[in-house]
Design a protein around this ligand. Structure first.
Ligand code: AMP
Ligand code: GLY
Length: 430
């Protein structure tokens, strides 16, 4: 029997979601995206080009198409309450309600929830609503702080003292933000991503992934939405021990239990961004969705039927036996327009050469008369899947290098050298 599924969003992450769904030949995809992603459009039965926060239009489209369910890629429609509206219209969703999505959309809610429920891994933090008070706190604080706007910023709103700004710069930033900020102790360590399927009560983890926030090689340059990421065949990372992994997983489970106890059960994909520190894993943030790029690492490894997994999430009876991932390494490399993120050159043509065995995911790109053009954000990504990290890296790197045009990528992502640097850094802080 045919299943009609609505996918909300039009980036690389949603292309990965769409492709994973379309492995099931009984699925018909309906897509809502602000711009036509050529990869998603090719797999979709029908496309609505609409802003992803325009919930009433999306809900009408869903009803008109008679979809059986929906999965929401990005955070903005979750914050706008798309799940509440679709479910009122009788469309079951994989994604949290507006209240449950506050785990991501309201950083003060997230920290206060962790504190109230005694969840481990919460950095020392203070919430401010007043620039003067925040300024005094920064002036008097010994050591470095992370300055975070309370709301969503597309991963680009955080300023770290000693990294992006000095003390005066942190104060200037707080003043520019009008004082609604969370100030946190600066954590030192290695970051990793733990994503999980959550049905409101049960949580099933996906392989660990490490993303690369900085724009340029060697982790230099401004923060981006993420330039690429990798995962290992054993689903672990060499700088995360088994007990650190268990601690991170327990934090995620405790957060799900806390949301349930709070009367806002969490259903959907839960994304934990952790910093592995000397004191074990600390929560940098939770996201209420798949990571972008991290979705492109894990979804190609999913051996179970994705539609079946989503069905169990909606039914609330998800168990670990429903979810199986291949024991392979993945490396994802994003191409971005020259000048990204600060001054991206858009409207530039690009040509893809021989991409070998790499998987291609379109992101912020435009196709006109058979030619691809850059826009303002990350353009497209290649994913290599292999028995070893080296193999996966080589596949992704060769494909990324085959592209000609005014784009760049990080050739160091997924290389042994970078991995060894990470392990070395972890040894140094312990
Ligand atoms: P976020 O938007 O919260 O994911 O933050 C973006 C990036 O800022 C993270 O991926 C980290 O690299 C960094 N960051 C956030 N919070 C902290 C912190 N407390 N200490 C050090 N780095 C942080
Ligand atoms: N890769 C970071 C994010 O999706 O927020």
């Amino acid at each position: 029997m045919d299943m009609k599924i609505l996918v909300v969003g039009g980036g690389g992450r949603e292309h990965a979601i769409t492709r994973a769904l379309s492995c099931n030949s009984n699925v018909k995809i309906f897509s809502v995206m602000a711009r036509r992603n050529p990869g998603i459009a090719r797999l979709a039965e029908r496309v609505l080009l609409e802003k992803e926060v325009n919930i009433s239009k999306i809900s009408r489209f869903a009803t008109e198409c008679g979809v059986d369910g929906a999965i929401v890629g990005p955070e903005a429609p979750l914050e706008a309450g798309i799940v509440d509206t679709l479910e009122e219209a009788g469309v079951p969703c994989v994604g949290p309600t507006r209240m449950a999505a506050r785990l991501e959309t309201d950083k003060s809610f997230c920290r206060q929830m962790m504190e109230r429920h005694g969840i481990a891994g919460c950095p020392r933090y203070r919430v401010f609503h007043d620039a003067g008070a925040a300024r005094r706190f920064i002036e008097e604080y010994e050591g470095d702080l992370a300055v975070k706007p309370v709301g969503l910023t597309g991963g680009k709103g955080v300023r770290i003292m000693g990294e992006h700004v000095d003390r005066a710069g942190a104060i200037a930033y707080v003043e520019r933000l009008g004082g609604d900020v969370v100030l946190e102790e600066r954590l030192d360590g290695e970051e990793f991503t733990l994503q999980a399927f959550v049905d409101g009560r049960n949580l099933v983890p996906m392989p660990l992934v490490q993303d690369h926030k900085r724009a340029y090689e060697g982790d230099t340059g401004p923060n981006t939405g993420g330039m690429g990421s990798y995962s290992m065949p054993d689903h672990m990372l060499p700088f995360v021990s088994r007990s650190e992994y268990d601690a991170a997983l327990q934090i995620m489970k405790d957060a799900v239990a806390a949301m349930r106890a709070h009367g806002t059960p969490y259903r959907g994909i839960l994304y934990g961004q952790f910093m592995n520190t000397r004191e074990g894993p600390k929560v940098v943030e939770f996201n209420a969705r798949f990571g972008d790029p991290e979705a492109m690492n894990v979804l190609p490894l999913l051996e179970s039927d994705f539609v079946d997994v989503l069905y169990h999430i909606v039914e609330g009876d998800l168990s670990a036996s429903d979810v199986r991932f291949a024991e392979k390494a993945t490396v994802c490399k994003y191409l971005a327009p020259e000048g990204y993120p600060e001054a991206p050159v858009s409207g530039q043509p690009l040509t893809i050469g021989d991409c070998g065995d790499a998987l291609l995911y379109y992101a912020n790109i435009e196709e006109r008369n058979g030619t691809l053009y850059t826009l303002n954000s990350r353009t497209l990504a290649f994913v290599g899947v292999g028995d070893t990290l080296e193999e996966a890296e080589e596949i992704a790197e060769r494909a990324a290098s085959s592209v000609t045009g005014r784009v760049f990528h990080r050739s160091d992502i997924g290389t042994r050298e970078l991995l060894e640097r990470r392990c070395q850094h972890m040894k140094e802080i312990l």
